[in-house]
Design a binder for this molecule. Sequence first.
Ligand code: GDP
Length: 484
Amino acid sequence: MFAALTDRFSEAFRRLSGRGTITETNVREVMEEVRTALLEADVHQEVVNTLCEEILQDALGTAVIRSLKPAAEMIGIVHKRLVEVMGAPSPGISLVEPGPTVVMMCGLQGSGKTTTCGKLAAYLRKRGQSVLVCAADLQRPAAVEQLRIVVESVAQDGTGSGRVAFHGEPDKCAEHGRATGAAVGVCQRALRRARDERFDVLIIDTAGRLHIDEPLMGELAAIDRAVEPHQILLVVDAMSGQDAVASASSFHARLAVDGVILTKFDSDTRGGAALSVRRITGAPIKFVGVGERSTALEEFHPERIAGRILGMGDVVSLAEKAHEAVDEAEAARMAEKMAQGKLSLDDLVSQMRMLRKLGPIKQLLGMLPGVGSALKGLEFDETQLDRLQGIVHSMTPSERTNVSSLDKSRIRRVAAGSGVPTADVTKLTRQFESMQKLGMQLGGMGALGRAGAMREMARSGPGGLSSKGSSRTESIKAKFKKRR
Ligand code: GDP
């Protein structure tokens, strides 16, 4: 996301750095590049025009021309205006007391609405809310079934204290074609159930179509009148660029949408929708979908997104992700074990599992300042953890705690058991041993010494199996692990 825009912006700003004096013409030239970059990113024409005019006025009216650091000054102005164009932050869901808070989800077919209902249920559950998800898309029996599977997997696998349950009436699908009120009836019964069973939130997944048409809008309006949702959220696919913005406008005109969820934000989209939706529709973006898993939903914070666009990274979101995924008591226990040289290979695997819960490595690294563009074209092999786990599982429990007991014949056995070359097993054991030694040294060191040792550790890394790119990935994993 935004990679091309980030590149174009940094090229444009580079024109301003290292110059003695900056003229108005220089600023106008840079603004032309900014304009082209925004248009290429598929930002709505109207938004581009106003945004560029605002930036230009700010730049000419303030200190960019006189500044000793015109590039930095310009980046500051662009950042401020990008934040404004995305609107005041409005992340998350406001809950009503007494519940249930009713959230109606709408969007075109394929936008990611069903997946997002599951993600939202997981998000709320993690925050201690109990959630009932209602299947009100009766056009396709398969849609009811798909939602049931999604919701039940969140109910079984999700973390958090809240309950998650599914309300579906697949037998009503046949009625749908004949009676217009079938979907309304399902929603009303789901609301009654949510009240009776004391759910905090009711999420209603409404019908999706390939295009906006009158029957769809009529049905949504009827549901809106019948259940009076507290929030109507529109799911739009960030990949569809201007179409996403156009469909958001049409939905908003008819339904007064409270917020937008932009899905597929992880894909290689140009980013235009994120920058256009608020100004064109007036509705704030509340969340972004960043993957297919039920945990891949992030609150939308304009400040942080503007930072990502300008290559400043988004360390705050990264830290939040880490906080959510990492069990702190477990991390402290591991650190203690490591300092005593008692870390086992099982511990290493469980640490890496924890890290992986944060999301794909490339996505995480892209949140570090300046790292995003450096990663362009680099592929990370996310299957490394499975290979590592395969090797560890082929060892006996005592071998996993006492790695030095792995002599040549044991290494051959483990390699055969896990289907990897013996060199991979040897490399893993050696690196794990040196990691253990370093861990013990760190345990007895002051902060400065610890920093130096950590750098060393990052260089050597605990994995580095034979596949391409692995040592880099693993050394980064080691860094993260040690920082906790
Ligand atoms: P619906 O027809 O609107 O209910 O769409 P679905 O929920 O079935 O999603 C359509 C496709 O988009 C599925 O393959 C989803 O896995 C995928 N999808 C949904 N949200 C995201 C996202 O945030 N990122 C990515 N990469 N894929 C997504």
